[in-house]
Design a protein around this ligand. Structure first.
Ligand SMILES: Cc1cc2nc3c(=O)[nH]c(=O)nc-3n(C[C@H](O)[C@H](O)[C@H](O)COP(=O)(O)OP(=O)(O)OC[C@H]3O[C@@H](n4cnc5c(N)ncnc54)[C@H](O)[C@@H]3O)c2cc1C
Length: 420
């Protein structure tokens, strides 16, 4: 960055990661930021999104927390989906969270709107689907789009999600595969479930052997006269359909979803029956091995789902993606005057974020091993569910939900750079 007027940054993808990165990088006066998004306009598929202390921290740093509102939970139930038996209840008394705003579940569009409101005007280019990156001799990268246009940039940020083209260009041998896990998601007016109080009065997971169903508020009821309510059906062992590539946000029929819960408790089936034909959306889960490197060519960084294809494993991926963008901005700011400013900054970004993602993969491996042991040692489904809830749902995940990204950055400055 030494000797140049402005360093150009091309962000590919306008999800939470791309938008968060655009906000953070636009505050640096030595950068010229452009975001390329394949959709024709802002679009958010999916239903609700959970936001915890880690999310509030990064949203505050981005100046984007205002207006992010959702349903606040007083307690969460874990149930056996066949019998309805309550396996566990977690009480969340008001103000118990590290952040007073607590853990909420919001409409995804609320988060998107809050982020979009902070992105400076004129930097997003819609209808720009990246199809290839070329690593040019020297310092630049060429981006080639489906509409046959090309642009050049000094830095490329791959924020293009789990099926990332940027990742494919950097690491062509890295492959994703279908996990067998498919989510069917919907937001419906809560009033339609008024005759099912046990469904709407708490956040709840109803666990079955080959799938589960999740119920949650997504609106702050003081704001909405007829708030929306989320239902997500997860099915773990869907067959792979030959030739089907990505099924993300495609419509699903009522019959298809009802078949996934046909052995569940009648209250669950009644809730599923309250969804009207054409309202369900289907999302097929893909995942891939951990990447050893989340940067490449000395000028490309992967953030969010493009860098850690975990398939939504922790329900906090949007926050990870925004944290990545904020750290990338700090690293570029810190290195701006060094001789190899861009590669230096990317190394710092990777040095901070790679161990974080490694820890997540390790956590998933440990939980999987524990659950396999319980399944093998004990045939009782309720005992298995209790172990699942203890280990996976609640087990030792404060490093995620209470992550303090600013403190992490300050720790890095102190331990690696001797800066207090
Ligand atoms: C079932 C499920 C439930 C989840 N629940 C939660 C939750 O409760 N809380 C949470 O925080 N996270 C949750 N997640 C994870 C979360 O959705 C993701 O981690 C998050 O959206 C990642 O953000 P991102 O910006 O990296 O990618 P994305 O949100 O995938 O955004 C990528 C963007 O890039 C664009 N794009 C893609 N390809 C191109 C291209 N070639 N050219 C240009 N643009 C392109 C896309 O259109 C999109 O706008 C869940 C995930 C799943 C599957």
């Amino acid at each position: 960055m030494v000797g140049r007027t402005l360093t150009s940054v091309a962000i590919v993808g306008g999800g939470p990661g791309g938008l968060g990165t655009a906000i953070a990088l636009s505050k640096l006066p030595f950068l010229e930021v452009t975001l390329y998004e394949k959709n024709l306009e802002p679009r958010e598929s999916g239903a609700g999104i959970s936001l915890s202390t880690n999310a509030w921290r990064v949203l505050d740093l981005l100046g984007a927390s205002e207006g992010v509102k959702g349903g606040y939970k007083s307690n969460t139930h874990q149930r056996n989906a066949y019998t309805g038996k309550i396996i566990d209840v977690i009480e969340h008394p008001s103000g118990s969270s590290t952040d007073q705003r607590g853990a909420i579940r919001a409409r995804r569009t609320r988060l998107q709107q809050a982020l979009l409101a902070q992105v400076p005007d004129g930097i997003i280019r819609y209808n720009k689907k990246l199809i290839r990156l070329d690593n040019l001799q020297g310092d630049r990268v060429k981006l080639v789009f489906q509409d046959s246009t090309e642009v050049f940039a000094d830095i490329v940020v791959g924020a293009d999600g789990i099926h990332s083209i940027v990742r494919r260009c950097l690491f062509p041998d890295h492959k994703l595969s279908f996990t067998g896990d498919t989510a069917y998601r919907v937001l419906i007016p809560k009033s339609r479930l008024a005759n099912l109080p046990e469904i709407t009065s708490t956040t709840a997971w109803w666990w079955g052997k080959s799938g589960h169903i999740y119920f949650s508020d997504v609106d702050d009821e003081s704001e909405q006269s007829d708030p929306l309510f989320e239902i997500t059906v997860r099915s773990y062992h869907e067959p792979e359909v030959p030739g089907k590539t990505v099924a993300w946000g495609i419509p699903a029929s009522n019959e298809k979803v009802a078949a996934r819960v046909k052995e569940f408790d009648s209250r669950v089936r009644d809730a599923v029956d309250a969804v009207e034909q054409g309202e369900w959306w289907e999302f097929s889960g893909y995942a891939g091995p951990r990447l050893d490197r989340i940067i490449g060519w000395g000028k490309v960084a992967l953030i969010g789902d493009s860098s850690h294809p975990l398939s939504g494993a922790f329900g906090s991926g949007a926050t990870f993606a925004m944290e990545d963008g904020w750290i990338l901005a700090r690293a570029l700011e810190l290195s701006q005057s060094t001789t190899h400013a861009i590669p230096d900054a990317l190394e710092i970004f990777s040095q901070i974020r790679t161990p974080y993602y490694t820890k997540m993969y390790q956590h998933l491996d440990e939980v999987k091993a524990k659950l396999q042991r319980v399944q093998y040692e004990n045939a009782d489904f309720d005992v298995f569910l209790r172990a699942k809830v203890e280990n996976f749902i609640y087990g030792n995940k404060e490093f995620i939900y209470k992550n303090d990204i600013k403190k992490g950055w300050e720790d890095f400055l102190r331990t690696s750079k001797g800066i207090e």
